[in-house]
Structures are given as C-alpha cells and as structure tokens.
Design a protein around this ligand. Structure first.
Ligand code: AKB
Length: 316
C-alpha cells in the first residue's frame, strides 16, 4: 500500500520542518499538512483540521486514504499553566480522537510526541532513565504521561502501531516555539542576531536537555521507519541531544558576538524548569532503533546564527 501521511499541527515548531522533510522523502502528493487555520503559503496539500473535531479528522483520513498520522497539536508547558483545564481538555481530546480514528480507519502507524515534561521531582535529575517514576508538575506533563499510556493501551488492546519519543527542548531557526519553558534557547539567538539585549526568564545556571531541530526531525522519522519489532517501548522513548544552561549558550554567543548582552529575570517558568531533568539517559532508544544525536552546542550556535542572519537579511 502507498504511504499517505497526515500531519496534525503542521504549523508548529516541529510541524513545519517535519512536513518539509516528509514531503522530500515521500513526495508532496503523499503528505497532507493540517492545522486549525488555513496556511496561505502552504507548499503542497493542506487541510484545515481542528483536532478536537473527531468527524473532521475521520473525513480527511478517509478522503486521502491516510496510512500514517503524526499528531503534533498540543498546548505546551508554560502556556498550559495559564489554563490547566483547557490544556488538559485539548491535549487529551485531540489525542484520543487521533487514536480512535486510527483504530477505526486502520491507519498503519501513528506518531505521538511526548516530552521531558513527563518527569517530576521523583525522577533522578541527571541521566534520567527511560523508566523513571513519572510525577510531572505541569498539566502539560500530566497530559503527556496520560497520552503515553493511551498510546501503549491502543497498542496492546488493538494492535495499533503507535510510536513516541520524549522531546527535549527543541532549537530551530525555521519557526518559533510557542509557549514552552525551553523557548528561551531559541529566542536568545534571535536577539543575538538582531544585536538586541536578551532578558532570560530562567536563571543563568538552569541546565535543561535540548536538541537541535535536525536531530529531532531525524529521530522522529527514524523511529517511524524502524521495523516494528525494534520498538520495544510503547509508552515513549527518551532521546537526548545536549544539556546546557542559559549561561553556557550566552558564552557560545559571546564568542561570535562579543557585545551580546543578557540579563536574568526568572519568572514562573523557573519553577517548571526546576522540576525537569538536567540530562537524559537515552540508551534504550540507542539500543532499540539506533538513535544517535549529531549536534553539540557549538554546531547549534553556528547553524542558528548563520540561518537567522540570512533570514533577517532577506526581510530587510
Ligand atoms: C516545553 O518547554 O514545554 C517544550 C517541551 C520540553 O516539551 N519545549
């Protein structure tokens, strides 16, 4: 059977880049990007889908004979705390809709993005293992733990091939993240390139797990393409890129922009970050389906600055 992919939440930080990568790999005619609002600049097939609407997802899946779904729509950690019940409702309802449509319509594979936000105060902070105790402190984290368990439930009960990874903070130049606790690590590069001072909402020493967008997209496609028998964890896999603090990014930026200025004004996101791991043990993903990150902080910084400079120069 031909592969036809539906991406739900294609306008987000991961969605935009993943859509392009999947289009390159499978051809434009095989990828249906969707989001809650229309994209006038969409390259390729685009459908408006509000993922809280079960019938609409089903309609698109049937219309295009979808064989794979990547469900990327969610409210992230910081934004989620503004309205916990709405966040719970949206994150869980959209996911259950995707699982149920996939079951009914015999979708072959489904991708679910989980997060380091599933961990809380009971997990070891350093080298947090895949199977650590999960007691998240944000509603986003709770919804991701729940979502992972639903993934496993659908796999065991219905044989649905759901695969998932726990993303660290993702750093990319193509689009801005929206509403996360790790967003500072993208914003800081924009300010550096624009020669503006950066006010960081985390303390200088707050170490968090991060990953460059190219590594995150590669991990996503690799887990989806791995033979089913290699996927031994059906909740979600830890993946690690690199861990660093705001001070360490700032010092990498200083090497390239000696006049770069940063101030630290921690807000409520500091508390969220303090409940998360400092580093991640991703040995199960490495062992089971061959995961390996490529980008370190120097390479991330070089790429971010080069790409953002050229984007801003183009808009001047
Ligand atoms: C967030 O900060 O909420 C996200 C995440 C780590 O899942 N980037």
């Amino acid at each position: 059977m031909n592969t036809t992919i539906l991406i739900i939440g294609a306008h987000g930080q991961v969605g935009r880049v993943l859509t392009e990568s999947l289009q390159d790999k499978y051809g434009r005619e095989s990828v249906i990007a969707s989001d809650i609002r229309k994209d006038e600049n969409a390259n390729g097939i685009f459908e408006v889908i509000d993922a809280t609407d079960f019938d609409r997802i089903k309609e698109v899946v049937i219309q295009y004979k979808v064989t794979q779904i990547y469900h990327l729509a969610a409210i992230l950690s910081a934004k989620g705390e503004e309205n916990p019940l709405k966040t719970w409702d949206i994150n869980i309802k959209t996911w259950l809709n995707v699982l149920e449509v996939s079951r009914i319509c015999h979708v072959e594979k489904v991708f679910y993005p989980s997060s380091i936000a599933v961990f809380g105060n009971s997990a070891p902070r350093n080298n947090t293992p895949n199977n650590a105790y999960l007691d998240p402190t944000t509603v986003y984290g709770i919804s991701k733990v729940d979502g992972e368990n639903w993934a496993q439930y659908y796999h065991i009960k219905y044989g649905l091939d759901v695969r998932s990874i726990r993303y660290p903070g993702i750093i990319g130049y193509q689009s801005l993240p929206g509403g996360g606790t790790t967003d500072y690590a993208v914003d800081i590069y924009h300010k550096a390139v624009l020669n503006e001072k950066f006010i960081c909402f985390l303390n200088e020493g707050t170490v968090l797990p991060m990953i460059f967008i190219d590594d995150a997209i590669r991990a996503t496609i690799e887990i989806m393409e791995a033979p089913a028998e290699k996927i031994k964890v059906r909740t979600s896999y830890n993946i690690a890129g690199i861990s660093f603090s705001p001070k360490e990014v700032a010092s990498e930026i200083h090497k390239r922009y000696p006049d770069f200025k940063i101030d630290y004004k921690p807000d409520f996101r500091q508390n969220i970050a303090e409940g998360w791991p400092r580093s991640i043990d991703d040995s199960e993903a490495r062992m089971d389906w061959g995961w390996k990150p490529v980008y370190d902080l120097g390479a991330i910084t070089d790429t971010m600055i080069r790409e953002l400079k050229s984007q801003y120069e183009m808009t001047i």
